[in-house]
Design a protein around this ligand. Sequence first.
Ligand code: CDP
Ligand code: CDP
Length: 230
Amino acid sequence: NPPIPVITIDGPTASGKGTVAQRVAQHLGFHYLDSGALYRLTALSVMRRANGNPIPLDDEHALAKAAEHLHCHFSGAHIFLANEDVSNDIRAEAVGNLASKIAAIPTVRQALYGLQLSFRQHPGLVADGRDMGTVIFPHAGLKVFLTASVEARALRRYKQLIDKGFSANMEDLSKDLTERDARDSNRSSAPLKAAEGAYLLDTSAMTADQAVAQVLEWYAAAKALHAQSE
Ligand code: CDP
Ligand code: CDP
């Protein structure tokens, strides 16, 4: 059996990973893994403990348990937690910030490992996150690392939050984003960094469609090269 192809798209907050990965997946008819959503779902479930007492950040065992027992499913663009559609709720900045804090805990990352691998199904997968190319799918046929300036990313996130009905201001967003970048890049477990062999793409001055076209071009080239070597 030929291996199932994987394209990984990693990068910092609001670099366009999700948008680009989804469109590339759609174009190729591949499955799509939004790995950040798994960390956000874990954060939301931790915030919403039934007894009203959120799990404290130093209770790593309980946090890992929450990740391990995540009752979630994905249906098209919709994301469910225990059968409730939380597609919008998980996009709140507070959820993203908590997600970034619990994502630094190795046992939480381990708890989500198998679930992420299970998304690799025929005819292929596009996976986006922070460690898709470095840790989860180190043998992916194409690895991309997306970047964009802090200003471009803060503006993108601002527009997204306003569109979803959240309130937001640019100053707080730039600060949050810079803090989250630092936390994601400096943690010891699966830090945010370009995988070996990843193609770098700075999208500060690009539209999402231009970024998609570039990734598809790289994928076509990688596939042709692979076919030649067989
Ligand atoms: O997943 P990530 O946090 O990296 O970014 P996203 O949720 O895909 O958000 C990026 C936002 O910027 C979306 O609203 C895109 O339409 C927009 N955008 C982009 O993704 N890429 C560009 N080159 C320009 C804008
Ligand atoms: O949309 P944005 O890029 O801001 O964040 P996200 O991709 O939804 O991920 C939320 C948080 O989860 C990030 O700040 C990371 O700390 C964490 N994360 C991670 O550690 N590893 C991944 N593969 C994906 C997300």
